[in-house]
Design a protein around this ligand. Structure first.
Ligand SMILES: [Zn+2]
Length: 85
């Protein structure tokens, strides 16, 4: 188990999900080709997601439980994440 605080672990989990999980990343409703970007705020307690598309004001703080669950069960290898089998 990690000793990360909840917000920090969730932040790591979201970044992993958005970049490496081989799942479809979280996006806003209009820009499904652009992954939401995660920011750790409120003294590392809360993760905010923002759409990176200029002019799009979409943001969310809700993150599905599956993101953290999948992160904790992710396959590990020496150089990070194993390819899908
Ligand atoms: Zn957007």
């Amino acid at each position: 188990m990690s000793d990360l605080k909840e917000g920090e672990e969730l932040f790591a989990a979201v970044n992993w999900w958005q970049n490496k999980s081989y799942m479809h990343p979280m996006t806003c409703g209009e820009h499904s080709d652009r992954s939401l970007e995660a920011f750790l705020c409120d003294g590392s307690q809360k993760v905010y997601l923002y759409c990176p598309v200029e002019g799009c004001k979409y943001s969310q703080t809700w993150i599905p439980d599956v993101v953290l669950k999948a992160y904790r069960k992710r396959p590990q290898s020496i150089n990070g994440d194993a390819p899908p089998s």
